[in-house]
Design a protein around this ligand. Structure first.
Ligand code: ADP
Length: 239
């Protein structure tokens, strides 16, 4: 039986603006199962990123439940801010449209950066070497290990995005949330990145939830959702 990894119930999000309250998410119900690749499409401004940020615990909902099926079942929003950060760090990987790699650090350093930050930069030499070994392995898996000692600026857009994926996978997250991951890539690099997601998904059973405008890639996802004006519909909707 497939394991339900994420359940969202009646999720709502509104923002107070000068013009009044802006209702962005209007009661979303959603489930994701272990090892699925899901695509979320929809018009610009429909609420896709807001949804992804909330399930990624980067933002809090106004109301509703977000329940992850790790360690039993857990609603991360009942935790303290510190605990939420730890939860996110342990279970969720992020890939964004822009890679946000740090230009002054090489590829290897960028991949282990979240770990360095989590430990406030103080990691013993021996442990640091282990981290580098693990980072090298992941880079190899993603086909960018030969770039380990290059700086991001020396890499192509597709390679930079692979490094960002390596960073996202570094802690072996159960779920990877990707917000327009191919938005900045040409069609070939986009295709390659998507194939990489499929391979990781097959090998590691990592669940991928991908917000994308790329219809061609969305069509290849087993599960599809469409966000229309703050409501998430199952399937390939028209918007
Ligand atoms: P999408 O990803 O589908 O393009 P978003 O989730 O980015 O849509 O945004 C949905 C709506 O929420 C937009 O109208 C946007 O302006 C609004 N919005 C997003 N974040 C905020 C915020 N922090 N404050 C006010 N409005 C916001």
């Amino acid at each position: 039986m497939k394991k339900e990894i994420l359940t969202v119930k009646n999720l709502r999000k509104s923002y107070s603006t000068k013009a009044g309250t802006l209702e962005v998410l209007k009661g979303i119900d959603f489930s994701a199962y272990e090892g699925e690749i899901l695509a979320v499409t929809g018009a610009s401004g429909a609420g896709k990123s807001t949804f992804l940020h909330i399930i990624g615990t980067l933002e809090k909902p106004t109301s509703g439940d977000v329940i992850y099926g790790f360690e039993g079942s857990i609603n991360p929003f009942v935790l303290s801010d510190n605990e939420i950060s730890n939860f996110r760090n342990k279970h969720i990987g992020f890939v964004f449209q822009f890679h946000y790699l740090l230009p002054e650090f090489n590829v290897l350093e960028n991949v282990i950066m979240p770990e360095l930050i989590a430990n406030r930069g103080s990691i013993k030499r021996k442990n640091r070497d282990k981290l580098y070994e693990k980072a090298k392995e992941i880079l190899k898996k993603l086909g960018v290990h030969e770039r380990a000692f290059h700086r991001p600026g020396e890499l192509s857009g597709g390679e930079q995005q692979r490094v960002a994926v390596a960073r996202a996978l570094f802690k072996n997250p159960s779920v990877v949330l990707a917000d327009e991951p191919t938005g900045n890539l040409d069609s070939r690099a986009a295709q390659e990145l998507f194939e990489l997601f499929q391979r990781i998904n097959e090998e590691d059973k990592t669940t991928f939830i991908i917000v994308t405008h790329n219809e061609m890639l969305a069509k290849k996802c087993a599960q599809r959702f469409t966000m229309i004006d703050g409501v998430l519909f199952e399937g390939e909707g028209s918007f």
